[in-house]
Design a protein around this ligand. Structure first.
Ligand code: ZN
Ligand code: ZN
Length: 215
């Protein structure tokens, strides 16, 4: 399937993903973009090839017998991968299907008002991953950020000062980003949004709703 992706991961995110240092929710957003984007997958592979050659070039370190036995025992007791994979979903890429436990119809949506729905995915607490369902044409409340926010489009599109974001595009917002995303086109927008700190809303109503929506 060919798809034009215009907004990609940063090198920093790709390297941190490869090193395994990202919070689970951020890692999920990166893995989901990688599953849709040949360009970033190639960048990850190039990065890992360089990392591998650095390892090969370094002097071997003697490992004790006990350490080796421990590692082998861990490998043997590791749980077998689940053989039952859910059927592919046209909207949710495989990394997300694992979190939803199936397809788009299995998402446990909760109303966030004005036709907007959200489903918070179960990850470690250090960052929050949620699926957002935004009716076509809907304007999201103007907001700023206390940390990083990754927004990955899965269906439909949105536009803000950062440009146009369609399926596969990822917007990376930081503390200096203030934006008002609008769901564009005739198709309702579904995206994965990951935040590592609460948002800063300028309007009173969203601020009042914020504790209930955990956003
Ligand atoms: Zn990409
Ligand atoms: Zn934002």
């Amino acid at each position: 399937m060919t798809m034009t992706i215009r907004h990609h991961l940063t090198d920093e995110l790709i390297m941190a993903y490869s090193a395994g240092t990202l919070p689970e929710a951020v890692s999920l957003a990166v893995a989901t973009h990688l599953s849709l984007c040949d360009e970033c997958r190639a960048a990850l592979q190039a990065h890992e090839a360089v990392g591998g050659s650095v390892l090969e070039g370094s002097d071997p370190v003697a490992v004790s017998d006990a350490c080796l036995k421990g590692a082998l025992a861990l490998i043997r007791t590791a749980p077998a991968p689940d053989p039952v994979r859910p059927a592919p979903d046209p909207v949710l890429p495989a990394p997300l299907q694992d979190y939803v436990g199936g397809s788009l119809s299995d998402v446990a949506w909760r109303s966030a008002g004005m036709g907007v729905r959200q489903a918070v995915l179960k990850t470690e607490d250090s960052a929050t991953a949620r699926l957002l369902y935004i009716p076509a044409g809907m304007e999201m409340p103007d907001h700023g950020h206390r940390g990083m926010e990754l927004t990955l489009v899965l269906q439909g599109a949105f536009r803000d000062a950062g440009g146009y974001f369609g399926r596969g595009d990822i917007e990376i917002a930081f503390e200096d980003t203030q934006h008002t995303p609008v769901a564009e086109g005739s198709v309702d927008c579904i995206c994965l949004a990951v935040t590592d700190a609460p948002l800063k809303f300028s309007g009173l109503l969203p601020r009042l709703a914020q504790p209930f929506l955990k956003i």
